[in-house]
Design a protein around this ligand. Structure first.
Ligand code: NI
Length: 206
């Protein structure tokens, strides 16, 4: 065997060892990375809240423990995004087997407590799904739940001379799924296909 052949064989062995090291460390570190990201999100989104349901009853996160919460934040005066998202949520819920649906409490939390009174919420929320509970509260209560769920919602500036009650609220549009302990599981982006939402819910909730 010539020296050059020995060198080639040694290089090949080295390359193989290197590939094995990469192959072993690659997926492992990726897995650790995603676990950390999931834990971070878990810690970041959610937390205790105190609100008023659309029957006028004071409720807290403790009242919803034991079931999954499917939460959407929006406001009833929203002309487009909120009704569309709530429609998607309602359609997805309608597709679930009774057994899965029984494990979910769908919630609609207002970002506009000034206009979304208990009466307004009572008119609005159940129209999208009989199980949907509308939640409102004081400005402070809404501010706190927004902070806990990292939700953005702010009044838009009105045109001069416009009716002061005709303001719009710009806001984030995610549907959160929280587990039986109120901890973040996943979220659904705006315009998620209702079939896909139903399928994911069924996969998660067993
Ligand atoms: Ni909206």
């Amino acid at each position: 065997m010539t020296l050059s052949k020995i060198i080639i064989i040694l290089l090949a062995i080295l390359a193989l060892l290197f590939a094995i090291v990469l192959w072993n460390s690659g997926p492992t570190s990726k897995r650790e990375g995603s676990v950390t990201a999931a834990q971070n999100t878990k810690a970041l989104i959610g937390g205790p809240f105190s609100l008023i349901d659309h029957h006028g009853k004071n409720v807290t996160n403790e009242d919803f423990k034991g079931k999954y919460m499917l939460i959407y934040f929006g406001y009833t005066y929203c002309p487009d995004v909120c009704p569309m998202e709530l429609q998607i949520m309602g359609t997805a819920l309608d597709q679930l087997p009774e057994k899965t649906l029984a494990e979910i409490t769908p919630l609609f939390i207002t970002l506009d407590p000034e206009r979304d009174t208990v009466e307004v919420m009572a008119q609005y929320a159940p129209a999208f799904h009989p199980k949907l509970i509308g939640l409102t509260g004081s400005m402070e209560q809404i501010k706190a739940v927004k902070k806990a769920y990292r939700v953005y919602g702010a009044k838009e500036k009105l045109a001069e001379g416009a009716d002061p009650d005709s303001y719009m609220v710009s806001h984030t549009s995610y549907i959160y799924l929280m587990d039986r302990n109120g901890e973040y599981v996943t979220h659904f982006k705006s315009r998620t296909d209702p079939d896909e939402m139903a399928k994911r819910l069924e996969d998660i909730i067993r």
